[in-house]
Design a protein around this ligand. Structure first.
Ligand SMILES: *Cc1c(COP(=O)(O)O)cnc(C)c1O
Length: 406
């Protein structure tokens, strides 16, 4: 990272410059897209040393193992997630072809053969992976409400072979916030690791590593990429941690690394992360207040509202606002939600989030349709829940559109 001597670089400046390293051989201002599968060795010795990880070896071998453009994104993601940490130098980033590739590679490398304690309300595919596929991979998994530390400790006591506690910093889509520090302290006590999916909050609002988490993962498809143009993922953890769990080897052999083009597009997105999140979160706050005051709205879930069950916890661990995602329940249930989603004009009916435009969707029939119905309802993802990913249009226009649709 850039060293200003007497002054620490702000997060905003860090986002603009993150990952910058050496001057390119042609003086290219922006990191080029190294669109290549393989790399040329000057001689056999250089190739052999590269494979043996010895000094004097070629810096790159094959793009499933590493690629200069992908490495720029990895440095950038790492710098943002470790911003402000004293031991930031000990951390590294890894980029993946999707958020799910980052999540599954991380979970398999850390928890293979052991037990996982997972949050009950998770991103649909993460939940499906843990519920239906962990068994096949020799892992067991139990689901609990991680916002309740008592339940976390009970579950750790019940499962002494727990290797991993897995949660989302803001849980999809009920916006539940967990006490990451409390969970990390318990995990240490019981010999488990903590992995946090920080996709919804982004490091602009929340840095889980600061609160003792061991690993952070992201779907960069969302806010980090920011424009809805790529599918990607990143992971950030201590290098020694990733080496100990062979995560680099797992990524190489499972083959989930990001392609250079997607990494390059994501890097462009990261540069405006702070700027975009500031607008996403200030817009979302206004939209959440509008919805909460509306007569046809039953309930609004947004960590920035005083009515949110973990609002004070969110206020103590989040910075600069509460990100851009809101869930709400209409008084008329599913049919009212359906009618509303079919009536919006500015908002777009689509799954995903973190794009510059406002997206609206229905978790029960869309993103969370793969989740077991009972588990889904227990986690608060009811049939009438609508999820809004507030964009960076003007708040007035978003509110006017919702108002006419309601
Ligand atoms: C989208 C998303 C994922 C999955 O990421 P992909 O890039 O679609 O593979 C995981 N976690 C959360 C919270 C997400 O929103």
């Amino acid at each position: 990272m850039i060293d200003l001597k007497n002054k620490e670089l702000t997060f905003e400046s860090c986002a603009v410059h993150a990952g910058e390293k050496n001057k390119d051989q042609y003086g290219s201002h922006i990191t080029p897209i190294y669109q290549t599968s393989t790399y040329v060795f000057n001689n056999v010795e250089e190739g052999a040393k590269a494979f043996a990880h010895e000094e004097g070896g070629a810096s790159h071998i094959y793009s499933r193992l590493g690629n200069p453009t992908v490495e720029h994104l990895e440095r950038a993601a790492c710098e943002l997630e470790t911003y402000g940490l004293k031991d930031a130098d000990e951390y590294v980033g890894m980029a993946f072809g999707s958020g799910m590739a980052a999540i599954t590679t991380g979970i398999i490398s850390i928890a293979n053969g052991k037990h996982i304690i997972a949050q009950d309300a998770l991103y649909g595919c993460t939940s499906q992976f843990l519920k239906e596929e962990s068994d096949m991979l020799g892992m067991s998994c139990s689901f609990i409400d991680t916002s309740d530390l008592f339940l976390v400790e009970m579950e750790l006591k019940k499962n002494p072979n727990t290797a991993l506690i897995y949660l989302e910093s803001i849980a999809n889509p009920t916006m539940k916030v967990s006490d990451i520090q409390g969970i990390s302290d318990l995990a240490k006590q019981y010999g488990a690791k903590v992995m946090v999916d920080n996709t919804f909050a982004t490091p602009y609002h929340l840095k889980p590593l600061k609160f003792g988490a061991d690993v952070v993962v992201h779907s960069t498809t969302k806010y980090m990429g920011g424009h809805g143009t790529i599918i990607g993922g990143v992971m950030v953890a201590k290098q020694s941690f990733l080496e100990e769990h062979q995560t680099f080897v797992f990524r190489k052999n499972l083959g989930g690394i990001s392609g250079p083009m997607d990494a390059w597009i994501t890097m462009n997105g990261l540069k405006t992360l702070a700027l975009r999140m500031e607008k996403h979160s200030s817009n979302a706050m206004r939209v959440a207040e509008f919805l909460e005051a509306h007569t046809v709205v039953e309930k609004v879930w947004y960590p920035g509202l005083a009515s949110h069950p973990q609002h004070s916890l969110a206020a103590s661990i989040m910075e600069n606002g509460y990100s851009g995602i809101i869930s709400f329940e209409l008084k008329g249930g599913y049919s009212a939600g359906e009618k509303m989603m079919n009536s919006v004009k500015l908002c777009t009916l689509a799954v995903s989030l973190g794009t510059v435009d406002t997206l609206i969707q229905h978790p029960a029939s869309m993103t969370h349709s793969v989740v077991d119905e009972q588990l889904r309802c227990e986690a608060g993802i009811t049939d009438g829940l609508v999820r809004l990913a507030v964009g960076i249009e003007s708040a007035e226009d978003i509110i006017a559109d919702l108002d006419q649709a309601l």
